[in-house]
Design a protein around this ligand. Structure first.
Ligand SMILES: *Cc1c(COP(=O)(O)O)cnc(C)c1O
Length: 435
């Protein structure tokens, strides 16, 4: 690569303004913004200066290098082995959910009955799918995320009143956000009962009174307490004469034998809970959303509360959620249930392709996790492609970006959350990172 190009090469590099004025770039300048295209022009001009491209190729280089959409968000292959990686956006949408989002992106009948031309219940298709997935729920509603679901429940049912909750369930959910603070921000007061490790039915019973808005059970989704412990199941709290609200967290709608400690909405409602809150982008495998399921009149009170309007989900979320609910599988479900033998086979193929490219790649057994603050005690038997440690950063900076984990002096790539169809792209990304 010539470091000091001859003056004639420098002169022959097309000027930025001239390139930006090229009619082939007009649409991109209009829709992506001039600055975004300009950045790509600068990179292309540098390649001409470096002797890597001809001056006449600049516009083609720009067109080829513009990201596929007007977002700075980058496509990432999640090779961390954490299925719901919070920093990588938790659940990956299924192809059907992505298609639904695209359909809903334009004008859509999210709030209109096309047969009559009249206003209809917003997102009724998604609500029907949610109700069908959890027949034990008399009513369903969807808000922005799990935290919003809790805030709506606390505001509508306990503002100015008390929420009775165990001291063992005052959870910090991540990035410094604590559920007790969130709940108190609604004007409800927390009435803490029991201790960190032990809470009994008698503790709850002694605290329930005229000021009680509801009793809250929070699933300790990101930690485990072992040893001398005692807790009370939601079903045991139903005789206290106040609503029982359960924050299940993960968004499982029905039991999953692989995750016996994770509560699911169906079982909790059948046990007698009045209201369940959950996240849409954890184990359900859908878009970010907060699910509210429970007794019809309670859900209706939440739905009609003024705050509900501020927590309303958009049409894209509703579309993705409905598609997720109507299908039996999605990338999250597939990743949690991936067959280790199949993962080992894929790792073998990737490692062999990399060895052909001269990369020191080995296949090793490993452990994956659910992640996203879920199923803290669970380890999923897995396999990884193990690479030299210095590759981690180059992999993150590549396209597609590949995020693995560095452990024991190696960069480990777990294929569990990498779509099988992307193994070739992964091999290409590693080869590019090596060179
Ligand atoms: C994740 C979680 C939340 C917060 O849900 P978001 O969808 O992230 O807002 C609340 N409670 C529990 C138990 C959780 O696991």
């Amino acid at each position: 690569m010539p470091r000091n190009p001859a003056p004639d090469v420098r002169r022959s590099v097309p000027r930025t303004d001239a390139v930006l004025a090229d009619p082939r770039l007009a649409e991109d300048v209009r829709t992506r913004g001039r600055d975004a295209v300009k950045d790509a022009v600068r990179v292309a001009q540098q390649r001409v200066r470096d002797g890597e491209a001809a001056p006449g190729d600049v516009v083609d280089l720009v067109l080829a290098s513009l990201p596929p959409a007007g977002t700075t968000l980058r496509r990432v292959l999640n090779a961390t082995g954490a299925v719901l990686h919070t920093n990588l956006g938790r659940a990956q949408l299924s192809p059907a959910a992505v298609e639904a989002v695209v359909t809903a992106a334009g004008a859509t009948d999210v709030e209109m009955d096309l047969a009559t031309g009249r206003r209809a219940r917003r997102g009724r298709g998604a609500m029907a799918a949610l109700a069908a997935a959890v027949p034990a729920a008399g009513g369903v509603h969807v808000v922005n995320n799990g935290a919003a679901a809790l805030v709506l429940a606390a505001t509508a049912l306990a503002a100015g009143r008390e929420i009775v909750v165990s001291r063992g369930e005052l959870v910090e959910i991540g990035d410094g956000f604590r559920l007790p603070d969130l709940l108190e921000s609604t004007g409800a007061r927390l009435r803490e009962v029991g201790t960190t490790n032990r809470t009994t039915l008698a503790d709850y019973a002694a605290a329930v009174g005229e000021r009680t808005g509801f009793v809250l059970k929070v699933h300790p989704s990101n930690f485990v307490v072992t040893g001398f412990t005692a807790g009370v199941q939601a079903g045991e709290l139903t005789g206290l004469g106040v609503p029982v609200v359960v924050d299940t967290g993960s968004g499982l709608l029905a039991p999953d034998p692989l995750l016996p400690e994770e509560p699911d909405a169906h079982s909790v409602l059948v046990a007698g809970a009045d209201l369940v809150t959950a996240s849409g982008d954890k184990l359900l495998g859908g878009p970010q959303a907060g699910l509210l399921l429970g007794r019809a009149e309670l859900v209706e009170r939440l739905r009609r509360h003024p705050l509900a309007r501020a927590l309303r989900v958009d049409k894209l979320t509703l579309a993705a959620l409905e598609a997720t609910l109507r299908a039996a599988a999605n990338p999250t479900v597939d990743a949690v249930h991936a067959d280790p033998a199949e993962l080992r086979r894929r790792c073998g193929e990737v490692a062999a392709a990399l060895a052909d490219a001269g990369v020191d790649a080995r296949v090793e057994p490993s452990r994956a996790v659910v992640g996203g603050g879920g199923a803290p005690g669970v380890e999923l038997a897995s396999w990884v492609v193990s690479l030299p440690p210095h590759l981690a950063e180059a992999l993150r900076r590549g396209d597609p970006a590949v995020v693995g984990r560095v452990e024991g002096g190696r960069t480990l790539l777990d294929l569990r959350c990498v779509p099988a169809g992307a193994d070739g792209a992964l091999v290409g990304a590693v080869a590019a990172a090596v060179s």
